[in-house]
Design a protein around this ligand. Structure first.
Ligand SMILES: NC(=O)c1ccc[n+]([C@@H]2O[C@H](COP(=O)([O-])OP(=O)(O)OC[C@H]3O[C@@H](n4cnc5c(N)ncnc54)[C@H](O)[C@@H]3O)[C@@H](O)[C@H]2O)c1
Length: 315
């Protein structure tokens, strides 16, 4: 089976591509290596993939590359490429978020519509909910993004839905809730807390630490994508993908300290625009429509991330 993974050099895309390669797919990975974080980290994320003769890399930008020849013949396109992060989506940063997340997605949708790709999976985000009106938040709840990033992910999700409605394109949008695990992006809180613990540096905490998050282990996100690729669902399906934890940042700091066996020195920064107070999803629809539910607890997933960070630091 021929499979396309965009954003393949990133945190989630690289894990997903490894998983579908393992099950025997021929995989084309697309990435333009944005400099949002160190490009060397992205190259390292590809190391295992590049060892496989069934993997090919197209180092192109979705915003301007000719995409039809790349997706032609694919059974499924997993669209993970995007400009992530909340804080830098304000001010001048917004232009990049619009072009990578909205234009990039629209160009890819045009290509898969033209070649009639049987299934298109989009990496959406819990950020589309903003400060949700109710918890656990359900897919039918009103999206009210609280950051420009969330606005661009919601716009891209709407693009998927309207390509589904107009042309019957078989899209599934997966709304990921804070994803963590080995190779997590270096700007994300857990990565920075673990780094602070291992290197004895201070961790800069935004806000007062009482923000609550629903954390999702990366292998569970990969499992959700694989389930969404094979599920018998209607075009334009939208589903929450969440790990089921309801944990504050202060509790995460404590857990990292315990797992790493080292104290985490915290430096308090101000609260950041765009940061919501709480995320927490209902996974009922994912269970019903995809037959998916999270398997990895926060303690074991975070343990794996700490171990992997130790190994990397030891190299
Ligand atoms: N990590 C999370 O907690 C989380 C939560 C919700 C949604 N998401 C979404 O999941 C996806 C993957 O997130 P991640 O954490 O792995 O991010 P990441 O930054 O590690 O990976 C994204 C990759 O996409 C590539 N990319 C960006 N724009 C591109 C373009 N125009 N053409 C080709 N490649 C491009 C980047 O170079 C990068 O390697 C993103 O779309 C993100 O919005 C992530």
């Amino acid at each position: 089976m021929y499979t396309v993974v965009t954003g393949v050099a990133g945190f989630i895309g690289s894990h997903l591509a490894e998983a579908v390669l393992r099950r025997g797919d021929r995989v084309l990975g697309i990435d333009c290596f944005t400099d949002y974080y160190d490009v060397e980290i992205k190259r390292a994320n590809l190391a295992t993939l590049l060892e496989s003769p069934s993997f090919e890399l197209a180092a192109v930008d979705l915003r301007n590359a000719s995409l039809e020849p790349l997706v032609e013949g694919a059974e499924v396109v997993f669209h993970q490429a995007g400009q992530p992060g909340i804080r830098t989506s304000f001010a001048a940063g917004f232009a990049d978020y619009c072009s990578h997340n909205i234009l990039g997605t629209q160009r890819l949708l045009e290509a898969v519509r033209t070649v009639q790709t049987p299934r298109f999976i989009f990496a959406s985000s819990s950020s589309i909910y903003g400060n949700a009106l109710s918890y656990p938040t359900r897919e039918v709840d009103l999206p009210r993004p609280f950051s420009p990033y969330g606005v661009t992910k919601l716009a891209a999700e709407h693009l998927c839905n309207l390509y589904a409605a107009n042309w019957g394109l078989s899209t599934v949008s997966l709304r990921y809730f804070t994803v963590y695990g080995p190779r997590q992006r270096p700007d994300m809180a857990m990565h920075r807390i673990i780094e602070a613990a291992l290197l004895g540096r201070r961790f800069q905490l935004f806000g007062d630490g009482t923000q609550v998050r629903d954390f999702t282990y990366v292998d569970d996100v990969v499992g959700a994508n694989v389930a969404a690729a094979g599920a018998d669902v209607a075009p334009g399906t939208v589903v929450n993908i969440a790990g089921g934890s309801s944990v504050s940042m202060l509790e995460v700091i404590e857990l990292v300290a315990e797992l790493a066996g080292r104290a985490v020195r915290v430096e308090r920064g101000g609260s950041q625009a765009g940061d919501v107070t709480r995320t927490g999803a209902s996974s009922d629809l994912a269970r019903e429509m995809l037959g998916w539910e999270p398997r990895v607890t926060l303690r074991s997933g975070l343990g794996a991330q700490v171990t992997s960070a130790y190994e990397m630091a030891g190299k």
